[in-house]
Design a protein around this ligand. Sequence first.
Ligand SMILES: Nc1nc2c(ncn2[C@@H]2O[C@H](COP(=O)(O)OP(=O)(O)OP(=O)(O)O)[C@@H](O)[C@H]2O)c(=O)[nH]1
Ligand SMILES: [Mg+2]
Length: 462
Amino acid sequence: MDPFSLLRGVLDTAEDAARALVGRERIRLAVTGLSRAGKTVFLTSLVANLLAAGRGARTLPLLSDAAGGRIRRVFVVPAGTETVPRFDPDAHLGALAAEPPRWPERTEDFSTLSIAIDVERRTSLGGLLPERRLTLDLIDYPGEWLLDLPMLRQDYAAWSEETLARLKRGIRAGPAAEFLRFVEALPSEAAAEDALARRGYTLYRDALRACRDTHGLRLLQPGRFLNPGPRGEAPLLWFFPLPATARGGLAALCARRHAAYLDDQRSTFLDPFFSRFQRQVVLVDVLGALHAGEEAFHDTGDALSAIASVVSGAGWLERMLGAAPTRVAFAATKADHVPSRARDALAALVEHIALGARGRAAQSGAAVSCHAVAAIRCTEDTVTRLEGHSVAAVRGVLLQDGRGATIYPGEVPMKPPEPAFWDAGLFTMPEFRPPRLDPAGSSGMPHLGLDALLAWLIGDAL
Ligand SMILES: Nc1nc2c(ncn2[C@@H]2O[C@H](COP(=O)(O)OP(=O)(O)OP(=O)(O)O)[C@@H](O)[C@H]2O)c(=O)[nH]1
Ligand SMILES: [Mg+2]
């Protein structure tokens, strides 16, 4: 940690302590999740349901109960002079409530929003005290960028070695074949030519894209190769991993760009948002990983562990500054894809898939819990017949053609499945249409388990 972030940490902690004394508490809630985990939908539902709860609707019953029924007002904190883009829940809600409804696009930049929750306070004799205000700072960002965090711990040589070894293993070897041939054909003294750097970059980026889009893999770096963000493709990105035998100008150029890329991601995105937060929710698309196959399933676990090794802040310094999160919730998302009795299995499975990550969070002294949630519930539970037996299923409207469909998603294993599970052939989960929503958001959004998750995560601060 550099001296400036140390100083900033001390000042922030002092400010937080002063706020808490006057009943004005600020909690930075990191919503962590790999790409497509469901972060944008989760934040949209969180904001819509909190705002509705502030208007008296019982959208988050367990959170309201945790606050003793004393939530009086919830509002979006008006924008100040921030230079960071603003998360736009109204636009997301508008798209979800449109006819036909649309899910959010892939997130292409980070954005932030603060929500204030005013809670009534009374003295022990029942007299009214000034209201307590909890401000929740939220951030949305492209999930791919999260995997730049573990890159900060490695230099170019170590990153290259690890990345090339991974590309040669398992299903990655297919999409990476052309890139690997290109690297092998390069002379070890290859000169610093931009044509070569761009060619290598393009081949490597295309391999990453195929790994993500065709094979459902997640441990893919660097993040901006997959999701370049609003600044688009800049020369900073024209690098790729090279073996230790590469010693020419091209290798030096790639190493310089690798360092410059990490500096840039660190100063514009990672440090401001991930160096300090008090609560964290890690969203995991467990069902998506399960349905993408054995390697994708384990790859998701590896990606989460790699991130956790950096963000859980187990060091004494972070703890002293109050920088380590005090509560970390792991949540399997899209739990409406399975009927209710499979949801417990889903929560148990997220405990296993996030085992490494959970261990690290617990080591840092944080309380950890696991959940299964649907930020927007798109299905109803039902029963269907399968080979003469009644089985629990879900019923919803398919996104692609607006038809109603009953889906039997198969059994959800409570722990990482045995090899035979994968032999049975993979099941592709359909995309459901969100239910009809009020574009004004007055009644919030139907969800599963969002209130239990929030009650555990922030209930104590209300
Ligand atoms: N049925 C159902 N589908 C969901 C839910 N949440 C997310 N999804 C699906 O998952 C997709 C991805 O959700 P997002 O919230 O956009 O994911 P993200 O983590 O923001 O993804 P990136 O921006 O790419 O990092 C959505 O388009 C939906 O199809 C949910 O609660 N229920
Ligand atoms: Mg998103």
